[in-house]
Ligand binder design. Structure first.
Ligand SMILES: Nc1ncnc2c1ncn2[C@@H]1O[C@H](COP(=O)(O)OP(=O)(O)OP(=O)(O)O)[C@@H](O)[C@H]1O
Ligand SMILES: [Mg+2]
Length: 282
């Protein structure tokens, strides 16, 4: 019964700016998270058959320390948007800003975690996590950060293990530690739990939320799992088919820790599935 729940939503095509602080976590007063502004961004890929329009006049902001999730049909442009936000490629038109400054290239303050942990098999867990600091030439002075990142994901006892000695969940935790060692102000998550079994996935959803609460980064999560998006994020942006446009924004103001059986989550789930055209069997 969606109508019985007052769900604050933003209509299609509307700008979804959130004033700094609104929707931010309550337990950490000052957030070190980045503010991200995507302003009127459109993106095309040049293909032999002609240009492929992937993102259409998108406006989206993330408040410092906010957790935002993106849901949308496969191929609509979610990963492309993450690549633009990460600075891995420039938008065809429009602008992307981090704390007011244009995003023009990758930066250790914005780290992407993908579905695949892509660890180097010949390096230990510790050495895999150390990679970012090593590449920046600051490992020698900052070795403690590797230990801290491993402790954050509960893998301090596996520092000397090699990737083949880890479970899938543990390998993904190493990938998270490898991101967190950079102390990012924005964590960009592209289906980070997509390859895990369902029980590990539920555990890691809770762990990721706790990490976010403890460390204060802003988070931008792409997932195909509607429950995951609603369980973890404060706002869930539902995209249209390609080219991606904002179809609706679902605001989830439930406090953390959340309970999966919460009636409000069920109502929001129904709403999200309807927006994705998947509610016929509800
Ligand atoms: N580098 C590229 N060159 C050409 N086309 C691309 C490139 N990257 C993505 N595309 C195309 O852009 C569209 C959007 O791709 P994208 O990976 O952003 O989708 P997505 O929403 O992340 O999909 P999924 O949910 O399946 O991961 C697809 O049609 C894809 O084929
Ligand atoms: Mg994708």
């Amino acid at each position: 019964m969606v109508s019985s729940v007052a769900t604050p939503t933003v209509p299609e095509g509307a700008r979804i700016d959130v004033p700094a602080g609104q929707g931010a976590r309550i337990d950490v007063p000052e957030s070190k998270g980045a503010r991200i502004d995507v302003r009127n961004v459109s993106h095309w890929f040049d293909l032999p058959a002609g240009p492929l329009h992937v993102i259409d006049e998108l406006d989206l902001s993330i408040a410092p320390g906010e957790f935002v999730a993106l849901l949308g049909p496969s191929g609509c442009g979610k990963s492309t948007l993450l690549r633009l936000v990460a600075g891995l490629e420039p938008a065809t038109t429009g602008e992307l800003l981090q704390d007011g400054a244009p995003i023009t290239e990758p930066d250790p303050s914005r780290i992407v975690v993908f579905q695949d942990p892509t660890l180097f098999p010949w390096r230990t867990v510790w050495d895999n996590v150390a990679l970012g600091l090593q590449a920046r030439g600051i490992l020698k002075a900052q070795r403690h950060r590797v230990d801290e990142a491993l402790a954050l994901v509960g893998l301090q006892d596996f520092a000397k293990a090699f990737p083949h000695q880890l479970s899938g969940g543990m390998a993904q935790r190493v990938a998270l530690a490898r991101a967190l060692v950079n102390d990012p102000s924005l964590l960009v998550l592209d289906e980070p739990l997509g390859k895990l079994d369902s029980l590990t996935r539920l555990t890691m959803q809770t762990e990721l939320v706790q990490l976010w609460q403890r460390t204060g980064f802003s988070a931008l999560l792409v997932t195909h799992d509607v429950e995951e998006a609603l369980f973890m994020a404060q706002r869930v942006v539902v995209f249209s088919d390609r080219p991606a446009r904002v179809k609706q924004v679902l605001v989830n103001d439930l406090p953390y820790p959340r309970h999966r059986g919460d009636a409000r989550l069920a109502a929001l789930r129904h709403e999200a599935l309807a927006l994705l055209g998947l509610d016929a069997s509800w």
